[in-house]
Ligand binder design. Structure first.
Ligand SMILES: Nc1nc2c(ncn2[C@@H]2O[C@H](COP(=O)(O)OP(=O)(O)OP(=O)(O)O)[C@@H](O)[C@H]2O)c(=O)[nH]1
Ligand SMILES: [Mg+2]
Length: 342
């Protein structure tokens, strides 16, 4: 269950060794691995997640076997600006849900921005408190370098966590780009975290982020300006109604002091029952799968087409096209035609 990013690995070097980290060898057959995973064994979970993330041979068989066991978990997306207090909130919510005896999986998508990288160490140390509680499983993911895109990797890891029987899965991501918006599309419920002192920034927050918020949190409400942020959100909300007619509530929190957490959990539960009442969860899932299927198809076709061509050939074609000795349109047509049907 060690995080995969080098920064987080570095962070772990400074942590006291814990009995929870003994990396015993696991049984090698897929069946026994799946069995252990379904029984909630965190080491089996870590192995399956790594296999899926790294596209180790047999990864798709694993996902095929696990998929029928999914659909139980509630997936929460937690997104917001760097340093808004996402990790602190996730940590507090995890504590809250553990008191209700619900199991939690956390996927922390590590920020790419260099100025927040340092926060990772702090996050992990705080989260370490949970490590001896098998009811909480934390996984870090890097925003760069994952095969097939971060959204797909996050979705696959979510599938594995769901199949392992977690009641709640929280995905923490910095809401800055399209990548991150795609990440939270996997979520049933999206919480957008804002902080006071952003000045007019609320206005400039990407429209996409405003649209995906099911619940707004104004964290760091101990600071001046929380009311102003609230007014600004309300003003933006008055400009457009959502197609599902839900008005996202605004919850003020001081995550570092554990204040407002119960209120946030209540707002989440409230939206959950709204989703159920209106049968919106399924609608949302259909929409999400429409997009994911297209992505999966694109990836699969691309992989197939790439397998037909070596890097050397690719370079040669690129050179020929650059020199106008070959046209790219015919080339692409030929490659597509040569791809065998799936
Ligand atoms: N004053 C105040 N500080 C807070 C509050 N919540 C979190 N913090 C502090 O804000 C800093 C950043 O918190 P994180 O939880 O790491 O924020 P984050 O959004 O996860 O940050 P990145 O993952 O780096 O984007 C930490 O020093 C927290 O202790 C709050 O409600 N009030
Ligand atoms: Mg964080």
């Amino acid at each position: 269950m060690l995080p995969e990013t080098s920064v987080a690995r570095e962070a772990f070097r400074f942590l006291p060794s814990s009995p929870c980290f003994t990396l015993e060898r696991l049984g090698n057959t897929r069946e026994s691995l799946i069995h252990q995973l379904r029984a909630g064994d965190p080491r089996a979970l870590a192995r399956v997640i790594s296999a899926v993330e790294n596209r180790t041979p047999g990864w798709s068989e694993l996902l095929k076997t696990l998929f029928p066991h999914t659909g139980h978990a509630r997936i929460l997306g937690m997104t917001g600006a760097p340093g808004a207090g996402k990790s602190t909130l996730v940590d507090q919510l995890a504590r809250h849900y553990r008191k209700e005896d619900r199991t939690v999986g956390i996927i922390a998508v590590d920020p790419t921005s260099p100025y927040t990288g340092g926060a990772i160490l702090g996050d992990r140390i705080r989260m370490q408190e949970h490590f001896c509680d098998p009811g909480i499983y934390i996984r870090s993911m890097a925003t760069r370098g994952s095969l097939g895109g971060l959204a797909r990797a996050t979705a696959d890891v979510t599938t594995v966590l769901d199949a392992s029987g977690r009641d709640l899965i929280m995905i923490e991501t910095v809401g800055v780009g399209q990548d991150e918006i795609d990440v939270v599309r996997v979520a049933d419920i999206t919480v957008v975290i804002l902080v006071p002192g952003m000045g007019d920034d609320v206005q400039t927050i990407k429209a996409g982020i405003m649209e995906i918020a099911d619940i707004f949190v104004i964290n760091k409400s101990d600071r001046e300006g929380a009311e102003r942020v609230e007014r600004e959100i309300r003003a933006l909300q008055s400009l457009a109604t959502r197609s599902d007619r839900w008005t996202p509530p605004i919850v003020k929190t001081i995550a570092s002091e554990g204040k407002g957490i119960a209120e946030l959990a209540a707002a989440i539960a409230n939206y959950e029952s709204y989703l159920q009442k209106e049968n919106l969860a399924l609608k949302r899932s259909v929409q999400n799968w429409q997009e994911r299927l297209i992505e999966m198809l694109r990836d699969a076709f691309l992989e197939k087409a790439r397998a037909q061509m070596s890097d050397g050939e690719m370079l040669r074609y690129a050179a020929e096209i650059a020199e106008h000795r070959r046209d790219p349109y015919t080339l692409i047509e030929q490659i597509v035609e040569n791809s065998e049907p799936m």
